[in-house]
Design a protein around this ligand. Structure first.
Ligand SMILES: Cc1cc2nc3c(=O)[nH]c(=O)nc-3n(C[C@H](O)[C@H](O)[C@H](O)COP(=O)(O)O)c2cc1C
Length: 254
C-alpha cells in the first residue's frame, strides 16, 4: 500500500508544489549547464544518410484517413521497408524542424512532437531486420544530423527483444523495432521532480505519430509497454539510470 501511495504522489506532484514546499531550485535556475540535446558518438562511427523531408514521396495520404485507419497491428508481412519509408517514420517521431530555438530561457530543438520546455528527453534505437540496403543490427537515430548511427550487428537481436517483452513473439517478426530510451536529466534540469510525469506523457506523443505515419505507408505498429526493464536496458547497453528504456514499437508492412 505504501508503494501505491508513492505512485499516487508521483501523479499529483507538480512544479509549483515542489517550489512552495521545498523552496527548491531547478538546475536551470541554478544556471547549471544545459544538457546536450543528443547523445554523443565516436568520430570513427559508421553514419548512414537518410532521405530528407523535401525528398519524401511517401506519407502523403490524407490525415483523416491515417487517423481513421489507426489500429494496433501485430501481424506483419515479409515485405521490407525502404530507406525512404524508414526516414519518414524517424522524421515523424523525432524529426527536428528548428535547431536553435530559444524557449523559456534555454536553447532547445523544435520537433514533429511536442516536449515540455522543448527538452526532448528521448533517444531512438532501432533493431533493424528487414529494411532495404541496411544490414540487420542495432542503430540509433541522430535527429540533429538526420542520420543513422550503426551500433552493432545481431541477427537474433529482435528475438531477444521479443523475449524481454514477456515473450511476445510477434515482435520478433517485425521488419524493425523502435525502442525509445529517456535521458531523464534533460527534463529534470528544467522540471526537477515532475520530469518522470512529463517523460511518460511525452512518450505517448511519439508513439502516436508512429502509429499514424505507419498507416500512411501501408505498415502497422503496436505500442509495447510490457517489457523487462533490466533486460532491455542491457540489450541496448544503457545503464538504466541516466538512460533507460521507456517504450517499444515494432513496425512491419501489413
Ligand atoms: C502504454 C501502452 C502499452 C501497451 N502495451 C502493449 C503490449 O505490451 N503488448 C500489446 O500487444 N499491446 C500493447 N498495447 C496496445 C494495446 O493493447 C492497444 O492499444 C489496445 O488493445 C487498443 O487497441 P487499438 O490500439 O487497436 O485501438 C499497449 C498500448 C499502450 C498505450
Amino acid at each position: 500500500m505504501e508503494s501505491l501511495k508513492t505512485y499516487r504522489k508521483f501523479l499529483t506532484t507538480d512544479y509549483w508544489t515542489t517550489q512552495r514546499e521545498g523552496g527548491y531550485k531547478t538546475d536551470q535556475e541554478k544556471k547549471l549547464p544545459l544538457p546536450a540535446a543528443q547523445k554523443g558518438y565516436s568520430r570513427d562511427s559508421v553514419l548512414i544518410d537518410l532521405v530528407e523531408l523535401d525528398q519524401f514521396g511517401v506519407g502523403t495520404i490524407p490525415l483523416i484517413d491515417a487517423i481513421r485507419m489507426r489500429r494496433s497491428r501485430r501481424k506483419y508481412s515479409q515485405q521490407s521497408l525502404t530507406l525512404e519509408e524508414l526516414s519518414f517514420l524517424l522524421w515523424a517521431t523525432q524529426g527536428i524542424q528548428k535547431r536553435r530555438k530559444i524557449y523559456a530561457g534555454a536553447r532547445g530543438t523544435l520537433r514533429t512532437v511536442p516536449s515540455g520546455g522543448a527538452r526532448h528527453p528521448f533517444e531512438t534505437y532501432l533493431v533493424i531486420n528487414n529494411v532495404d540496403t541496411l544490414k540487420s543490427g542495432l542503430y540509433r537515430y541522430l535527429p540533429i544530423e538526420n542520420k543513422l548511427l550503426y551500433l552493432r550487428s545481431g541477427k537474433s537481436l529482435s528475438k531477444k527483444v521479443a523475449a524481454s517483452c514477456n515473450n511476445q513473439n510477434w515482435i520478433g517478426k517485425a521488419a524493425l523495432i523502435f525502442i525509445w530510451t529517456a535521458i531523464p536529466y534533460r527534463t529534470e534540469w528544467r522540471y526537477s521532480f515532475i520530469a518522470a510525469k512529463t517523460i511518460a506523457q511525452e512518450s505517448g506523443h511519439i508513439c502516436q505519430n508512429l502509429y499514424l505515419a505507419s498507416e500512411a505507408i501501408g505498415a502497422g505498429t503496436c505500442a509495447v509497454g510490457a517489457y523487462h526493464q533490466k533486460e532491455l536496458d542491457n540489450i541496448l547497453g544503457v545503464d538504466g539510470e541516466d538512460e533507460l528504456v521507456v517504450y517499444i514499437a515494432p513496425v512491419g508492412k501489413i
